[in-house]
Ligand binder design. Structure first.
Ligand SMILES: Cc1cc2nc3c(=O)[nH]c(=O)nc-3n(C[C@H](O)[C@H](O)[C@H](O)COP(=O)(O)OP(=O)(O)OC[C@H]3O[C@@H](n4cnc5c(N)ncnc54)[C@H](O)[C@@H]3O)c2cc1C
Length: 811
């Protein structure tokens, strides 16, 4: 084994080997893969090998699509059968809500170029004659979907990687990993040590153990997953004899199982409630090709459901039950990207559909490692989307929940209950008493909306306007007419200070920093290629001190980006203030009267201008009032040491009663921000779009000197921008609005996608923010938007349809 390499990959499952192959294909031949036992001896060997293209996530959908194409190409390139069978896949629907999910998904598929077709129950019967269609209302089918032999695929990729110069060492365990003073990694194994520039952890069920070697608490804990392989059935065997094609993969989503043919019999794989987390403290050091004791009883309801749907299943003897560990994360997505707080340490972990994802995950991670960033938006799988709130006990609860929900309907407004409440702001109980229906972001409970007295305090998830629609509308109206109170304690907050703070932030972000203490600016941090990584509101506190606020969900993501780019000479200090400070927002035309009642400070327009901040007293409490908000009304964000929150809350509440003060939640905020065309990271702002495509011209000071991403942004502009962000008014909607990922058409051609959408209660319009081709971006242009399978007329309108000239904000 060599003692020096450019990159070392730990783990010889399908994911590690794919990463190896893609590094080779990116031109890095000096790469080594270390596997403690044999290739595939972790989870890969016993996988059922299904390759589901279906995924509601824009990132993961693209990853899966790439994989299936890669596997076909590999089989062709090698001229070998690696067990790839693109036999298609049918997903059944038994409810109209399920059909809505499929319609929403079909929009995602259309925007990422995955072929999907809708079937009637009779068409299902035509393809899957052994299936009873009672109770079905429809189905979708992916012609390109199917399955593969995971071990054959892994070995094929390993051969290709070796042919490109990669070394693979089996029976070689990594025992320790340390970073050297020069930044290189020293990977210690039981066969010797290797120094390298980059380490990639692809260790499946061992992810937490590998993470612990470098001080990372990797949020992965596996869950037990079983599938049943049956004896052959004469009817299936007869079909084969007649030369009929395989019936393909059948998924009854509402029964939470998949089925496919296997050697004349069937495979049934249920996703049951109650499957336990496993390897909570890691697998046994000797674990290899390990299976657990089967528990068929746990699968009984799913077996019954499968027999109702495919009666011959009840006639079949069980040949084998596989019960193995399948990795999970709290949201069920994998963890692909740089590890937080470490340089050149990468994670490709937490894969629950790892055979399906391996190709795409290896492709994007190799791009990231070699070129410094991926080519598709990877926010949905970024390692930083979880924080240190994700303790081992939390992971057990959430990962079991994620597993049980693989086949439940994935609503856009879904909020799952396990592991909650976890992080609560001091005003949590007060908000609860006011009827708050909470959601969770980054572990924090946040009021999503408020159920009026006498109405059920239950969330109601839907792809259409749901039971909370009217109440959210009333919250928006009250903010518009009176004044509303919102808890935004979950915001990510940080202080950047020191003699080098200004120069550092100036280089990190695109626009000119606020020049005087008390001034505020929105600042965007770009990736090296000119896409948007992060958005911060920056308040200048002093000559050498800045206060940065960003979205709560991106705390680790944003703060890690700051840390990565900070000078290491001590000239800049970073402090995470997230947990130390609470935030309440007051917004609405009566906000000034309210503030004046609770404070001795002067909140008049002359004394307290828009986009400025002041340290004030609110009742007895110290507070920084910042005159900005995300809803487009007169208002202030009140940032305070967290222990004063209820003192401030109570003062506002008491003083605001006759002004009509009412709480409002995140859903009302989202509706109002779309009426203002305010962009959101992860939607309108993404690495896939140049900052200038996202409409950030006025925040990008190309004349201020160098900043990260500037040169490549200019080059991108010169090559030609492919998209323009626009605001759309969608006509004639009645019970559904765009929610994001809706395809947009002009003259029947796909010309863009909605990045986020909502109903605007102040404008009484169904609205979308959308990326379209630049020639269609003129206000007045007519387009069509797909919402749940129906096309609606739409028109490009001027940005900020509510209070276009910002008079209410400035007033
Ligand atoms: C019953 C079952 C059915 C499944 N069916 C499907 C399916 O149909 N489709 C699908 O897409 N997915 C399926 N999966 C999931 C799939 O098996 C996994 O997502 C995938 O195999 C993960 O691959 P991996 O490379 O991340 O992990 P693994 O295959 O577990 O590989 C990790 C490797 O890292 C090695 N390693 C760990 N620590 C060290 C160390 N310190 N030094 C050296 N080596 C180390 C391990 O020995 C192991 O070989 C199924 C899972 C189960 C349990």
């Amino acid at each position: 084994m060599k003692s020096q390499a450019r990159a070392v990959i730990i783990g010889g499952g399908v994911v590690g080997v794919s990463t190896l192959l893609h590094l080779i294909r990116k031109g890095w031949s000096d790469v080594v893969l270390l596997e403690r036992k044999e290739l595939t001896s972790g989870s890969t060997w016993h996988a059922a090998g299904l390759l589901p293209l279906f995924n509601m996530s824009y990132s993961v959908g693209q990853i899966h699509k790439y994989s299936v194409k890669l596997y076909r190409d590999i089989a062709e390139e090698l001229g070998e059968d690696i067990g790839l069978r693109q036999v298609s896949n049918i997903r059944l629907a038994m409810t109209s809500e399920r059909m809505d999910e499929y319609r929403q998904y079909a929009g995602v598929a259309e925007t990422i170029g995955v072929e999907v077709e809708f079937l009637t129950p009779d068409e299902v019967k035509g393809i899957w004659p052994l299936c009873v269609t009672d109770g079905l209302i429809g189905a979708i089918r992916h012609p390109g979907d199917g399955y593969i032999q995971p071990a054959d695929l892994t070995q094929a990729m390993a051969r290709l990687a070796r042919a490109g110069g990669a070394e693979i060492h089996r029976q070689t365990s990594v025992t320790a990993i340390t970073q050297q003073p020069d930044g290189e990694w020293l990977v210690k194994t039981d066969k010797g040590d290797i120094r390298c520039e980059h380490v990639i952890s692809a260790t499946g069920n061992f992810a937490r153990r590998t993470g612990a070697m470098v001080g990372l608490d990797v949020p992965v804990i596996p869950v037990e997953h079983q599938y049943i392989v049956t004896e052959a059935h004469p009817e299936i065997v007869a079909r084969h004899k007649e030369g009929l094609p395989e019936m393909g993969v059948l998924r009854e989503s509402d029964g939470s199982w998949y089925m496919r043919e296997e050697a004349g019999g069937l495979i049934l794989g249920p996703y049951e409630v109650g499957a336990p987390a496993c390897y909570v403290d890691g697998p046994d050091p000797d674990s290899e090709y390990e299976l657990f004791q089967e528990d068929v009883e746990r699968l009984a309801p799913h077996i019954e459901s499968a027999i109702r749907r495919v009666p011959i299943f009840g006639e079949l003897g069980i040949k084998q039950v596989f019960n193995g560990a399948i990795c999970y994360t709290p949201d069920g997505g994998p963890i692909i990207g740089p590890a937080w707080g470490l340089k050149n340490f990468w994670l490709n972990e937490g894969h629950s559909f790892g055979v399906t994802a391996a190709g795409g995950a290896g492709w994007q991670l190799a791009n990231w490692i070699v070129d410094g960033e991926p080519t598709i938006d990877m926010l949905g799988v970024d390692p930083c989307r979880f924080g240190d709130y994700a303790t081992k006990s939390y992971l057990v609860a959430k990962n079991e929940e994620a597993y049980a929900n693989v086949f439940t309907i994935h609503y856009p407004d879904e909020e799952r209950p396990a592991g909650r409440p976890l992080r609560t702001a001091p005003c949590y109980e007060r908000m609860k008493n006011l009827g708050a229906v909470f959601g969770q972001k980054f572990g924090w409970e946040r009021p999503n909306w408020f159920a009026p007295e006498g109405t059920p305090r239950e969330d109601h998830w839907s792809f259409r306007r749901s039971r909370w629609f009217e109440h959210v509308g009333n919250e928006c109206r009250n903010v518009y007419e009176n004044v509303g109170l919102l808890d935004m304690t979950a915001f990510a907050k940080a202080r950047i200070s020191g003699p080098g703070a200004e120069a550092f932030l100036d280089r990190l972000t695109t626009n000119k920093l606020p020049q005087k203490p008390g001034r505020i600016a929105l600042a965007y941090a770009l990736t090296p290629s000119g896409g948007v990584h992060s958005e911060f509101s920056v308040t200048r506190e002093a000559d050498d001190s800045f206060y940065l606020v960003s979205a709560g969900a991106y705390q680790r993501f944003d703060h890690d980006w700051i840390w990565r780019h900070m000078p290491r000479d001590g000239s800049v200090q970073f402090e995470n203030k997230t947990n130390a400070l609470g935030v309440l927002v007051v917004a609405g035309p009566k906000a000034r009267t309210l503030m004046q009642r609770v404070s001795r400070n002067d909140f008049s327009n002359a004394a307290f201008r828009w986009l400025t901040a002041q340290d004030v007293d609110i009742n007895l409490a110290p507070c920084r009032a910042i005159r900005v908000n995300f809803v487009g009304e007169l208002g202030w964000e009140l940032h305070h040491p967290i222990e004063y929150q209820n003192q401030i809350f109570d003062a506002l509440w008491e003083a605001g009663q006759d002004l009509g003060l009412r709480p409002f939640g995140i859903r009302a905020m989202d509706s109002m921000r779309i009426e203002k065309s305010y962009r959101m990271p992860g939607a309108e702002l993404s690495i896939e779009y140049a900052a200038l495509e996202s409409g950030l011209e006025r925040f990008v000071a190309l004349d201020k000197g160098d900043f990260i991403g500037r040169d490549n942004l200019l080059a991108w502009q010169q090559r030609g921008l492919a998209n323009t962000l626009v605001t759309l008014e969608v006509h004639d909607t009645k019970d559904a609005d765009p929610v994001g990922n809706n395809p947009i058409y002009s003259d029947g051609h796909l010309v863009g996608r909605i990045t986020s959408g909502n109903f605007g209660f102040r404008t009484q319009k169904s609205l979308g923010l959308a990326m379209v081709t630049p020639e269609l971006a003129e206000p007045g242009n007519k387009l069509e938007v797909d919402i749940l399978g129906r096309r609606y007329g739409a028109m490009v309108i001027v940005d900020s349809p509510f209070d276009t000239s910002n008079e209410r904000l400035r007033g």
